[in-house]
Design a protein around this ligand. Structure first.
Ligand code: HEC
Ligand code: HEC
Length: 399
């Protein structure tokens, strides 16, 4: 519901010539300005711009090593949007959803009027802009939800770290990616809309989002000063919070996915950690480990043979904690072996792809020495988690 200035003449006389639109230059000069976007809205808007920009750059351009900053940006964006939703019910006349969310028919009419160059000027959001706000809010919330599910399923961390399978997390991550591009598309439309409306009404709308002030002229549409349904708004918010809490409790109560063995068997760590880092047993399937343990005499050109009892004992321990017993990302992505070299990790298609951008000279650096020296760059390699936030490529040391 919106009210208009009763002296509005333009809406009742659509025949007015297009050149004397709702905001021609002369009336602009005469019109007074008034505060429209309150401090919260402005701060929200520009912090959200920053958070979404960082989220998009870290997520779509920079890659997994920026995960921590990506999570910070995403969490910030989600928190901002949640605060905006509360403000959309409890805030002032220009902030309340009630004041700018119109039904589809009214919105289509506004668009038709825009096309015919006889649309009135809205001091707050116009109906098309109002829907854009809702779409942007929905996209960011969906990104937060899908991101949390993906984080829980793939990396076993975050609020859903113990409730989501890798496969589900991986699929939802695909959706998360599509939503990210969708959000960028919406933003492109939003910016185009702001530029279009700025030109149409001859008012710098991005600047108004900084100063908070906008011009008010004859015939301009203002949202109602008072909320018609303050109690309903509070109920909607309470209901949403209760539903979210219920869903959270249900998910958190689900089965805990098995994580890689926390502590390596001491015999394994000493026998198999002699020449290189002791690889976590969750990195290969039991079939491949058996193949490896049965060919220790010729182990990548070295003799790594063990006495029979130790070999049997270690084989038993490794296969009991092999890839098929856990649900981590490395256990899944390293599962596809190189048929020509099934007991190698660095020959797997995933490993080659993930490390393709790292030049040979980096692997040759003194503290790294070899591709197989995972621990040099992955701080948590021994745990089998390989969480991207724990990746740090060391510099060349001189000693
Ligand atoms: C005598 C030294 C030696 C011992 C002992 C040894 N390895 Fe190795 N291992 C090697 C060498 C050398 C490579 C090849 C490393 C490379 O390609 O950079 C290798 C590679 C591997 C790889 C593949 C890593 C990759 O690059 O993909 C695995 C897995 C592995 N070893 C497991 C084991 C296990 C399990 C044991 C204990 C039973 C063991 N190793 C004991 C020398 C050893
Ligand atoms: C020279 C440093 C270096 C070494 C050594 C190294 N990695 Fe990596 N690894 C990286 C970097 C950097 C990335 C992130 C690549 C990117 O940005 O996509 C990565 C990514 C990964 C990922 C994917 C992480 C994710 O969730 O996106 C896995 C799994 C992985 N490495 C496993 C290994 C294993 C197993 C070894 C040892 C056999 C190893 N890496 C050795 C630097 C290294």
């Amino acid at each position: 519901m919106q009210i208009t200035d009763p002296t509005d003449s333009r809406r009742t006389s659509p025949s007015a010539s297009p050149s004397t639109g709702p905001a021609d230059g002369r009336s602009a000069a005469r019109a007074a300005t008034r505060p429209v976007w309150d401090a919260f809205i402005r701060l929200f808007h520009w912090l959200l711009v920053a958070a979404v920009t960082i989220g998009a750059v870290t997520g779509l351009v920079l890659g997994p090593t920026w995960l921590k900053l990506h999570l910070l940006a995403g969490t910030t964006a989600a928190a901002l949007v949640l605060a905006r939703i509360i403000w959309g019910y409890l805030g002032g006349r220009f902030a309340r959803f009630e004041g700018f969310v119109e039904g589809p028919l009214k919105t289509l009419r506004h668009i038709a009027e825009l096309r015919d160059n006889r649309a009135p000027r809205h001091v707050g959001h116009n109906p098309a802009g109002g829907w854009m706000i809702l779409f942007l809010i929905a996209a960011i919330l969906l990104l937060a939800v899908t991101g949390t599910i993906a984080l829980g399923g793939i990396f076993k961390t975050g609020p859903l770290g113990y409730a989501i399978s890798y496969d589900l997390g991986d699929r939802v991550n695909g959706l998360h990616n599509w939503l990210a591009w969708g959000l960028l598309g919406l933003i492109a439309f939003h910016v185009a809309g702001a530029i279009f409306e700025s030109l149409r009404t001859r008012e710098n709308l991005p600047l108004a989002m900084i100063t908070g002030r906008k011009r008010v002229g004859r015939g301009d549409i203002l949202p109602p000063a008072r909320s018609a349904h303050p109690r309903r708004a509070a109920l909607i918010m309470l209901g949403t919070a209760a539903a979210a809490a219920l869903i959270g409790i249900t998910l958190a109560g689900r089965a805990v996915p098995r994580l890689p063995v926390a502590r390596l068997d001491p015999t394994y760590a000493s026998e198999c950690g002699d020449c290189h880092v002791p690889y976590n047993p969750s990195l290969m399937s039991s079939d491949r480990w058996r193949l490896l343990m049965n060919s220790l005499e010729n182990h990548f050109g070295e003799d790594a043979s063990l006495d029979d009892a130790t070999r049997r004992q270690l084989t038993e321990w490794i296969t009991a904690h092999a890839a098929e017993t856990v649900d981590t990302k490395p256990a899944h992505v390293l599962a596809q072996a190189d048929p020509a070299n099934p007991i190698s990790l660095t020959a797997t298609p995933f490993w080659k792809k993930a490390h393709a951008a790292i030049p040979d000279s980096v692997f040759a650096r003194k503290p790294i020495f070899a591709r197989s020296n995972c621990t040099a760059c992955h701080g948590d390699a021994e745990t089998g988690m390989f969480y991207p936030a724990n990746i740090k490529i060391p510099e060349e040391t001189t000693k």
